[in-house]
Ligand binder design. Structure first.
Ligand SMILES: NC(=O)c1ccc[n+]([C@@H]2O[C@H](COP(=O)([O-])OP(=O)(O)OC[C@H]3O[C@@H](n4cnc5c(N)ncnc54)[C@H](O)[C@@H]3O)[C@@H](O)[C@H]2O)c1
Ligand SMILES: O=c1ccn([C@@H]2O[C@H](COP(=O)(O)OP(=O)(O)O[C@H]3O[C@H](CO)[C@@H](O)[C@H](O)[C@H]3O)[C@@H](O)[C@H]2O)c(=O)[nH]1
Length: 436
């Protein structure tokens, strides 16, 4: 099937290449000329495992192309909208200007029977408004929220847990859902749940899922706060409650909390939308989820000061990690980088390393020092802080060898990803997050 993907960022670029990899003819459109040129040249504009391979294969097959010209959308059966919905500058609400601009630009190129499929994460009620704008073109709007995780984006797009499509009532909606079934045929044939619903439910499924995940993380971080004053071990606690199938162990990783381009902004946008709907109190807990999350970043700064005798000023600190999670070069609202910046502001001599994210980190935090080399980062450090659980630190870093490089064998494990016994046996003073 011929299709358009409008917006070729983290979501759109992966979606476009993945759709080509399952046999569709895809044109990716973005207003960012530099990004489109890179994609045309076959260079993935960001690090995402597996993307480079499907991008190259898509271009070579002739099924995948990129353009800055919306006229390239003409002739597509489905037009996915994957542009950004960032947090507005003046507060938590989602900024819908890119979605509105993308729809406006697409309108002249739509034909009767086309489907416009929104994938961006939007406040509930957005699709109903956009449907009215799209209607005169003869196209049908559906909302098809995306649940991919960065670092697993290709896998999640090709083998999703579930597919959700919000459609208008009536025959046009049913027909549109059938077209989406055809788009995702390999997954549908593989018995992936395909849930057809109304617009509001589809929009809410997306933000509810992210709100739940954020709440789960903040719940365990709240337990970490209690563990810290009682001497309990939050990792054992998570293991123990996680054995209960109703609770589950995933997303009970206590540490420096969640960041990235989704969970933080999505829970704030949900709160803002609920306020607008007069139901702010229904999701008031999300403000607490946010507050607990941000406190964990401050907690690391506090622990660092304690480890350095009360004042980090002038002390060399090695910060291992800059991306918001491993297997990604994304530094949007990265707790890792936030902590590094706070320590820098406190006067510490901070050096940050990361296997993939240094270039992006330099762009948003130019005031920090960076090194590509882990050894150089560790050299003469009085304190080592692990803030992103890359395998390079979690599995491959040998505490004996690292101990030979640093000035002081003191480590703060912001992700509870190191083996405390092993590090202590190598003479390190180990501090985890909510564990003795
Ligand atoms: N990143 C993820 O893992 C992920 C997962 C699920 C959902 N989402 C949602 O998907 C949306 C996109 O997120 P992202 O992380 O890919 O953002 P992003 O900032 O990486 O990409 C957005 C892209 O849209 C382009 N764009 C902006 N205005 C445009 C316009 N008028 N026409 C064409 N292109 C335009 C930008 O140039 C950019 O390349 C957001 O709503 C986000 O919440 C993201
Ligand atoms: O136990 C855990 C699990 C995650 N995190 C942190 O939470 C953040 C988000 O992680 P994750 O959800 O894996 O990354 P994203 O790629 O942002 O994916 C989320 O946001 C996407 C965009 O909406 C959704 O599509 C995904 O389903 C949803 O998981 C990261 O900073 C993680 O370090 C923890 O602190 N503890």
């Amino acid at each position: 099937m011929r299709m358009t993907v409008v917006g070729c960022g983290y979501l759109g670029a992966v979606h476009a290449a993945a759709m080509a990899s399952i046999g569709h003819e895809v044109v990716g459109i973005d207003v960012d000329e530099r990004k489109i040129e890179e994609l045309r040249q076959g260079r993935a504009p960001f690090f995402e495992p597996g993307l480079q391979e499907i991008l190259t294969a898509g271009l070579e097959s002739g099924r995948l192309s990129f353009s800055t010209d919306f006229a390239a959308a003409a002739g597509s059966r489905v037009h996915f909208i994957a542009v950004g919905t960032p947090q507005s500058a003046d507060g938590g609400a989602a900024d819908l200007r890119y979605v509105n601009a993308a729809i406006e630009a697409l309108l002249p190129h739509l034909a009767e029977g086309d489907i416009v499929a929104g994938k961006s994460t939007v406040p509930v009620g957005t699709a109903a408004g956009l449907a009215e704008i799209v209607a005169p073109s003869g196209a049908v709007l559906v909302w098809n929220p995306e649940f991919l995780r960065e670092g697993w984006a290709v896998e999640d797009t090709i083998h999703p847990d579930r597919l959700v499509v919000g459609v208008p009532a009536g025959e046009a909606g049913e027909a549109a859902a059938d077209v989406l079934r055809e788009v995702f045929r390999p997954a549908v044939e593989n018995d992936t749940p395909f849930i057809v619903t109304d617009y509001a439910t589809a929009e809410l499924v997306k933000v509810a899922a992210n709100a739940f995940l954020a709440t789960k993380i903040s719940f365990i971080n709240a337990m970490a706060e209690i563990a810290e004053v009682t001497g309990a071990d939050v990792v054992q606690l998570a293991d123990a409650i996680g054995h209960d199938a109703r609770i589950g162990r995933r997303f009970l990783g206590a540490g420096i909390g969640f960041g990235g381009g989704c969970l933080p902004k999505d829970i704030r946008a949900f709160s803002a939308r609920a306020e607008e709907l007069g139901r702010g109190e229904s999701v008031a807990f999300l403000r607490e989820v946010d507050a607990i999350n941000l406190r964990r970043r401050d907690r690391v700064v506090e622990l660092a000061a304690e480890a350095l005798g009360g004042d980090p000023a002038g002390k060399r600190i090695a910060v291992l990690g800059a991306s918001f999670k491993p297997h990604s070069d994304d530094v949007r609202d990265s707790p890792a980088l936030d902590i590094a910046a706070k320590l820098h502001e406190a006067g510490a001599d901070v050096v940050v390393t990361d296997p993939q994210a240094i270039e992006n980190a330099r762009r948003v935090r130019p005031e920090l020092s960076y090194s590509e080399s882990l050894d150089e980062t560790l050299a003469d450090a009085s304190l080592v802080i692990v803030v992103t659980e890359w395998d390079e630190y979690r599995r491959e870093l040998d505490p004996e060898r690292a101990g030979g490089l640093v000035q002081g064998r003191t480590v703060i494990d912001g992700r509870n990803c190191l083996d405390p016994a092993r590090w202590r046996a190598a003479g390190w003073t180990y501090t985890g997050m909510g564990r003795p």
